[in-house]
Design a protein around this ligand. Structure first.
Ligand SMILES: *Cc1c(COP(=O)(O)O)cnc(C)c1O
Length: 379
């Protein structure tokens, strides 16, 4: 790994970092020189077209970030007060917050130990006559069980929304994430697979939802009549400068995905059978994970051992991060009904390892050796 100027970190191996090239620089410069730096411009149109095609779906709506993409999708679908939306207990907080922004209630369901995503059996048990939607999350790159969730949603007349912030490039039976739910949201935050600093998108095949999302994104303004706002909308627009960066990232997507896949394969190989560590279960046949962040687990000892491991790795120059805290443990969501033993266990034992496209095979071997040594020392 060669040192890079301007990377604000003391870690020899940071957890994540945007992979930017001359192409991003060229397109961003072009956007700036064109004067189209705000929320209209050719790069925005181009990104929405190209991203929808890349996801093998019909439409993409670009947004200011992934959190508002979730809110926009749910708001356009008419989710509101009195409604319940089923959400996994283990996810980033934005997933549940978006439901609350709509005035609806997130109903937490435990994840499945094999996929770390919504357990369809438990989703079925959580459906009530107030349930309007299932909001699945593709945790750490693993697509949720969309065939089962689609069947269940169809049976109960529910909307299926996918939070694919972490799974760009994943697929189920050859169909890419983006083409597996009624609405799918993405994030282009700085540590995501593709980035423009801050950005997001919703993709769908439904032209009516797209029309509503475009209107809500733009302060609820009637597209036929300026400054006439039939409803209360939001400013959730993305800029053309950010879209320029995304157009470059999308052109490089296959290369970026391949490099990340190689890194995660390297960790899997180098950490197999390591003392004190447990492995992530492999994906089901036909399911392809996205290579967002490499995941590992301590075998036992729970949070205390995991946190000691991460502290010692930090001293050795390896930046890591613990898994998300289960949302029912956070103050705003405390007291939620249900039991979440799998989420609690994974959250206590799991951590992410550096997954940045510029890591070499040698870097991965070196990091894995440090992880193995520290983990063995904690036994
Ligand atoms: C990153 C992320 C988001 C939110 O994305 P932002 O662009 O940071 O708003 C939502 N859900 C999940 C699961 C994420 O990982």
């Amino acid at each position: 790994m060669s040192p890079r100027r301007g990377v604000p970190t003391d870690y020899r191996f940071p957890l994540a970092e945007p992979a930017l090239s001359d192409l991003e620089e060229k397109y961003v410069l072009d956007a700036v020189r064109s004067g189209w730096v705000s929320s209209r411009g050719a790069y925005l149109d181009r990104f929405e077209h190209e991203f929808a095609a890349w996801c093998r779906t019909r439409y993409a709506v670009a947004t200011a970030n992934g959190t508002v993409a979730l809110h926009l999708a749910l708001a356009a679908a008419g989710i509101g007060p009195g409604d319940e939306v089923i959400v996994p207990a283990l996810t980033y907080v934005a997933t549940a917050n978006a439901v609350v922004y709509c005035g609806a209630r997130p109903v937490f369901v435990d994840v499945c130990p094999r996929t770390w995503c919504l357990d369809p059996g438990q989703v079925r048990a959580a459906v009530t006559n107030r349930t309007r939607a299932v909001l699945a999350v593709d945790l750490y790159g693993q697509p949720a069980d969309y065939p089962a969730l689609r069947r269940l949603c169809h049976e109960h007349g529910l909307l299926l929304v996918a939070d694919a912030a972490e799974s760009l490039g994943a697929s189920v039976a050859g169909a890419p994430v983006g083409a597996l739910a009624d609405l799918t949201t993405f994030s282009f935050f700085g540590n995501k697979i593709l980035t423009c600093g801050e950005g997001g998108a919703v993709v769908t095949t439904d032209p009516l939802l797209v029309e509503r999302m475009r209107m809500l994104r733009n302060q609820g303004m009637d597209p036929q009549r300026r400054y006439y706002h039939p409803l209360i909308g939001f400013n959730y627009r993305l800029t053309n400068v950010a879209a320029a960066m995304l157009c470059a990232q999308l052109e490089r997507a296959e290369d970026l995905l391949a490099r990340r896949r190689r890194i995660i394969r390297g960790y899997t190989r180098a950490l197999a059978g390591a003392a004190g560590l447990a492995e992530r279960p492999p994906p089901d046949p036909g399911t392809r994970r996205a290579p967002w962040m490499a995941c590992a687990l301590v075998a036992g000892g729970g949070r205390a051992v995991r946190d000691t491991l991460l502290r010692r790795l930090a001293h050795l120059g390896v930046e890591t991060r613990p898994f998300f805290v289960p949302l029912p443990e956070l103050p705003p969501y405390r007291g939620s009904a249900g039991r979440f033993p799998v989420s609690t266990d994974l959250a206590a034992r799991g951590f992410n390892l550096p997954t940045l496209p510029r890591l070499t095979d040698g870097d991965v071997t070196e990091i894995a050796a440090r992880v193995r040594a520290v983990a063995a020392g904690l036994l």
